[in-house]
Design a protein around this ligand. Structure first.
Ligand code: SAH
Length: 216
């Protein structure tokens, strides 16, 4: 395990200040991002880049989302302590760690077996006991623990999966990037079993949301 030096802490503080300047206002999100060492979730070759506001490569040709995107999606979720949150696309485990730090109860699913094992091990080692990892196809959600207060998708979908809407509580929020070449960040609030309010928060770019699982 890499250590969390004063230099890393200083770089992280600067990153958080820059996120505040870019319009992130939820202080609980900012505090979580200040507390979680992002460089732990990257290959040591990228440790020096961990506190730049950039997406970076992880294994299996996937990416850890840009810090601004993590902050933005988390802010849209309006996380409250003890919320049951489903994340689709564990990847490095960083987004799940941020949600865990905010005292949510996190269920995170990943379709790449190698990434699932890596994140599960790392999150356990870092003491994130409220984060549970599953090796699954997230297009199906995670039915056995539904319904959720919040659902976050961290891969670009071509449409909103009906299954995810079904697995939300009434009053629950789904944050999902939808589109082909680039994605619109949608926040969908479930008002009743049949009524949903959709808000569009502009363009982002994600790796694709793909159905089925992949083993090593
Ligand atoms: N939240 C991650 C971002 C990883 S990139 C982080 O903080 O690092 C998106 C991830 O979604 C990739 O790891 C990809 O394998 C995964 N993914 C794509 N489609 C999926 C699906 N149907 N089910 C589960 N995971 C999926």
């Amino acid at each position: 395990m890499q250590d969390d030096s004063y230099r890393h802490k200083g770089l992280r503080r600067k990153l958080v200040d820059s996120l505040r300047k870019k319009g992130i206002t939820d202080e609980r999100v900012l505090a979580a991002m200040d507390a979680v060492p992002r460089h732990f979730f990257l290959d040591s070759a990228f440790a020096d880049l961990a506190y730049e506001d950039k997406a970076l490569p992880i294994e299996r040709e996937q990416t850890i989302s840009q810090p601004y995107t993590v902050a933005f999606q988390t802010q849209l979720l309006e996380i409250k302590k003890r919320d049951r949150v489903l994340e689709i696309g564990t990847g490095s485990g960083y987004q799940a760690a941020i949600l865990g730090k905010m005292e949510a109860r996190v269920f995170t699913v990943e379709r790449q077996e190698q990434l699932f094992y890596g994140a599960k091990e790392l999150l356990a080692e870092l003491g994130f006991t409220s984060v549970r990892c599953y090796y699954r196809d997230g297009t199906k959600g995670l039915r056995e623990f539904a319904p959720y207060d919040k659902i976050i998708v961290t891969a670009g979908a071509t449409e909103v999966p009906q299954t995810l809407l079904e697995q939300l509580k009434i009053g629950g929020i789904l944050v999902i990037p939808v589109g082909r070449r680039s994605q619109k960040m949608l926040r969908i609030t479930k008002k009743s079993e049949t009524e949903f309010v959709e808000e569009d928060f502009g363009d982002f770019r994600f790796v694709p949301f793909i159905s089925g699982t992949e083993s090593k």
